[in-house]
Design a protein around this ligand. Structure first.
Ligand SMILES: [Zn+2]
Length: 265
């Protein structure tokens, strides 16, 4: 039941995040007025604005002008719903108030990551305001978690702040060098900035698993695109979405299978 509430909450949040991405690009206010169709400017009716469901019922077309609705809208809604449900499943416990704080922290962080995911997918650019907000948000909570758990530290790396900063540094050096030496052909400088948030979030040594998962998912997706002839070998695929997926997968995998991953990464 709780998981279902998290899932539906995620769908609604995802729907809002789509609006944030769209309006951030146009520099419009996030809360002003109803959403409209980008093709014919008709206001979207409330019953055509239901996450996932409306996209299917409308067969990906605007009711007024039959203009195409991008598949990115339901994708972001579904992923946000899925991730929220997983947070509720893996991190949340009704009776443990500390888990409420951790859950709240993760819901906001994941929302920021989803905005970066969707924005880079759509505009091939990292929204810096969300990136720095995510970094600040994560730092504040890691310092707080450290203060709460301080008495149980086994080593320096038990500190989420410390391992986060090391992880951020390693990830940044890695992506910055790739962008720098390839003159931004392999990787953009925006990815190097995103790597700071990614490294901070997962920390050392989990950052290695994140890098493996990111490149693996990126490679699988590229092969799929080349095979389906949507892109040639040379065309650019934005990398930030895969970094976001790698980060989120790492957090869940470590929460679900800590005993196996401890020895690997
Ligand atoms: Zn329209």
């Amino acid at each position: 039941m709780i998981i279902l509430i998290f899932f539906i909450g995620g769908l609604i949040t995802g729907s809002f995040l789509n609006v944030v991405v769209y309006r951030l690009n146009l520099a419009e206010s996030m809360f002003a007025g109803r959403s409209m169709c980008p093709h014919c400017k008709a206001k979207i009716r409330w019953y055509d604005n239901i996450p996932l469901l409306s996209f299917v019922l409308l067969r990906a077309e605007c009711r007024d002008c039959k203009g195409k609705i991008s598949w990115q809208y339901p994708l972001v809604e579904f992923l946000t719903g899925l991730f929220f449900a997983l947070i509720g499943m893996c991190f949340f416990s009704l009776t443990d108030y500390q888990s409420w704080i951790e859950t709240g922290f993760l819901l906001v962080l994941f929302s920021a990551l989803m905005v970066i995911f969707a924005y880079d997918l759509k505009f091939m650019e990292i929204p810096m305001i969300f990136l720095w907000a995510g970094i600040g948000w994560t730092l504040v909570f890691y310092i707080y978690f450290d203060a709460v758990n301080f008495s149980e530290f086994a080593s320096m790396f038990s500190s989420q702040t410390f391992s986060g900063i090391i992880g951020a540094f390693v990830a940044w050096v890695f992506f910055f060098s790739m962008a720098f030496f390839s003159k931004e052909k392999w990787m953009g400088m925006g990815d190097a900035y995103l790597a700071i948030l990614v490294g901070l979030t997962v920390g050392w040594p989990k950052i290695f698993l994140t890098l493996v998962l990111s490149f693996l998912s990126g490679a699988i997706f590229s092969i799929f695109l080349i095979l389906s002839k949507k892109k040639s070998m040379k065309s650019q695929v934005p990398f930030a979405p895969f970094l976001v997926i790698g980060t989120i997968a790492t957090l869940f995998l470590y929460q679900a299978f800590p005993q196996y991953l401890k020895y690997l990464f």
